[in-house]
Design a protein around this ligand. Structure first.
Ligand code: S3P
Length: 163
């Protein structure tokens, strides 16, 4: 089976939705952030602080390539690397979980565990707009998530992929 890659901004629900989707489809699940934390025995914040974002991005590409089947929930910055996008295109379908900035702000609030969210509002906005263009360009399917339950979103993904 081809992989199903979930992409989208921080707080768009990739991990929660990916876990349920994999259960419903009865396929393996992998989360690139969880893989990195486990492999390095370090929190993401600490990797950013001690080794820098470039090192994190390298770990992220390695994590992506370690996943061979099933549902893969990616980190919000997976699209920063052209090679990652090519890899996902070649190995499966890419679903963009599209969430508004307002909804994301409500969900994340002042979440201190995400170094690129832990910034001033102007920077959060800029990153959001820049990333949304990248997600849209890269995606095979776009599924909106605002005001929907996890179950509804999983149904929408299944419908879109298998319609
Ligand atoms: C990041 C998103 C995070 C995590 C890291 C960097 C980003 O994952 O990979 O903090 O660059 O957008 P989530 O999208 O799961 O929050």
């Amino acid at each position: 089976m081809e992989c199903i890659y979930l992409i989208g901004f921080m707080g768009s629900g990739k991990s929660t939705i990916g876990k349920l989707l994999s259960r419903v489809l009865d396929v393996p699940f992998m989360d690139t952030d969880e893989y990195i934390v486990e492999k390095n025995q370090m929190k993401i914040n600490d990797i950013f602080e001690k080794e820098g974002e470039i090192a994190f991005r390298n770990y992220e590409s390695q994590a992506l390539k370690a996943s061979k089947s099933g549902v893969i929930s990616t980190g919000g910055g997976i699209v920063e690397n052209e090679d990652n996008m090519k890899w996902m295109k070649q190995n499966g379908v890419i679903v963009y979980l599209q969430t508004s900035f307002e909804e994301i702000s409500n969900r994340l609030k002042e979440d201190p565990t995400r170094p690129l969210w832990n910034k001033r509002i102007k920077e959060r906005h800029e990153l959001f707009h820049q990333r949304c263009n990248m997600y849209s360009k890269c995606a095979d399917y776009i599924v909106t998530t605002d005001k929907k339950s996890v179950e509804n979103i999983v149904d929408d993904i299944k419908e879109r992929i298998y319609e």
